[in-house]
Design a protein around this ligand. Structure first.
Ligand code: AMP
Length: 512
């Protein structure tokens, strides 16, 4: 089993079909993509890189990402995708930990040679062009034999608690993710196109797999990121696009629709499907997104250790407004995706009943093989095949999973558990609140105090008193924030996740 066969299949079947675009310019047909990837695979092999060895990809979103990915898999190599926001010193730590031999980089991200790499190739250089020079007979380059449990993607966790860990994602894991996409997320046809706005080093990039399976088009915006106006323009020119977006990016798209007064019909011509996930989507935000952009959303919940596959909340479920539990459903992350089982467990790993809150466990073919050269962390995260996600939530009788928070974000004040998400959801229902993040601040009397960081909408006048009244009217007193801090924006990582650790550090520095 090797993911490279997915490309080969379409290269044989429909070599002339358009595959990769940079903006609206065609970069490669399926045939050309295979010719380039086979060319690089052969040259990597000739250079002595053996199946199972690691290749680092430290680049901005770029059409070459796709050619490099498939070339590495063709040669049986393991891709180490690196977050483009990391500092070169952090990347060097990953190079060393993964013992990566070669690295393909965007020159602006790594202007100096990264210590530890045998060879560093700038993806925009003549050297890279030569390595990717097409082979006339791509099919003559054998695809490396890989077992289902061989690693394909060594993904480093964001490392908000200590050093990042390398998550070993296998060919089987990614094949499962790809096939599951058609069942639980969205059917894809050859006429469809995926656009890579979110970083390709993360979930957005591996969504290339179902789109290669379907022989669809792949579009990398010229900006390499999320510029709402650019994405809409691309959609209108190329035909309705599919994209993966963290909730903060969805919000940006919705803001653009509102500001530019784009009607739902025009939205439908730009976007077929927007898959959101990676961080909590608040009810007020998804309701607004559905109202302004129409029924084109699907939610997924996953994590690096079970990439893009744990639960999904379908387009139909998001549209079923007449359902008696509609609001609870859209606040949930949906039901288990087809290849996995879910379980809620207590601290000892014993299964809890419906409605009881505990740690979310996931089991199935999407779950990682373990952490790279880290048996202790592997043993803690994987027990009897169950992945301990570190997320806290509960299941209802219909199988919908509602996430409360990461266990480390839970606030314990005066002995009571407070789930920041519940407080955040409530504050967001107040007009004038654009964004909010709730964290616990150490307190000698209560253990922790609830603190809310709030971003106001432009022109909105918010005061702690107003926010407090809003909470008092609808929520138990002990849960309400005891302190409000106003910011112009929330700190977020490259994947759009709010960095609560940074907020907690700010509070600690403030209190000291
Ligand atoms: P990462 O491993 O960087 O992809 O982060 C995964 C974490 O993001 C999960 O463990 C959850 O805490 C969070 N997450 C992912 N998807 C969702 C979602 N749909 N809703 C809420 N949180 C999510």
């Amino acid at each position: 089993m090797n993911l490279a066969h997915l490309l080969l299949r379409h290269a044989r079947l429909t070599p002339e079909r358009a595959a990769i675009f940079h903006g609206t310019s065609l970069c490669a047909t399926y045939g050309q993509w295979a010719e380039r990837s086979a060319g690089l695979a052969l040259r990597l092999r000739q250079a002595g890189l053996l199946p199972g060895e690691r290749i680092l990809l430290f680049l901005h979103n770029h059409p070459r990402y796709l050619e490099l990915l498939w070339a590495c898999w063709w040669a049986g190599l393991v891709v180490v995708p690196v977050n483009a926001k990391l500092h070169p010193r952090e990347v060097e730590w990953i190079v060393e930990n993964a013992q990566a031999r070669w690295g393909f980089v965007s020159a602006e991200l790594a202007p100096e040679p990264l210590i530890g790499l045998e060879r560093q190739i700038d993806i925009q250089s003549a050297e890279c062009d030569a390595l990717l020079a097409p082979l006339a007979d791509a099919f003559s380059v054998a695809v490396s034999e890989r077992a289902p449990d061989d690693v394909a993607w060594l993904f480093y966790t964001s490392g908000t608690t200590g050093r990042p860990k390398g998550v070993m994602i296998t060919h089987r894991n990614l094949m499962t993710m790809g096939l599951t996409y058609f069942i639980d997320v969205d059917p894809v046809g050859a006429g469809d196109a995926i656009v890579y706005g979110a970083p390709m080093s993360h979930g957005a990039g591996i969504y290339a797999i179902p789109h290669v399976m379907a022989g669809a088009r792949h579009v990398v915006p010229l900006s390499g990121g999320v510029d709402a106006a650019e994405l809409f323009e691309l959609g209108w020119q190329m035909g309705a696009l599919t994209t993966f977006a963290a909730p903060t990016i969805v919000k940006r798209l919705v803001d653009h629709v509102e500001q530019a007064q784009i009607g739902v019909g025009a939205v439908a011509r730009a976007f077929k499907t927007i898959v959101y996930g990676g961080a909590p989507m608040y009810v007020a935000d998804i309701e607004r997104a559905l109202r302004l952009m129409g029924p084109r959303f699907v939610q997924i919940y996953g994590q690096g250790e079970t990439p893009m596959v744990a639960t999904a909340l379908s387009r139909q479920q998001l549209g079923d407004t007449a359902h008696p539990r509609y609001l609870a459903r859209i606040a949930s992350v949906g039901v288990a995706q087809t290849p996995v089982q879910l379980r809620i467990a207590d601290a000892q790993g014993c299964e809890l009943g419906l409605g009881e809150i505990g740690e979310v466990l996931v089991k199935g073919d999407s779950v990682m093989a373990g952490y790279w050269r880290n048996p202790e962390a592997t043993a803690a995260a994987l027990r009897e095949g169950w992945l301990f996600t570190g997320d806290v939530g509960c299941l209802d009788a219909d199988g919908f999973l509602t996430l409360k928070d990461r266990s480390k974000d839970l606030i314990i004040s005066g002995g009571s558990n407070i789930y920041p998400r519940e407080v955040e959801e409530l504050l967001l229902t107040l007009p004038g609140v654009a964004e909010v993040a709730v964290v616990g601040a150490p307190d000698p009397e209560w253990g922790e105090l609830v603190v809310a960081f709030v971003v106001a909408k432009p022109g909105a006048l918010l005061s702690p008193e107003l926010l407090d009244q809003h909470c008092l009217a609808q929520m138990a007193r002990f849960k309400r924030p005891k302190r409000y801090l106003f910011l112009s924006e929330l700190p977020k990582n490259n994947y759009g996740k709010v960095l609560k650790t940074v907020l907690r550090e700010r509070l600690a520095a403030d209190l000291a």
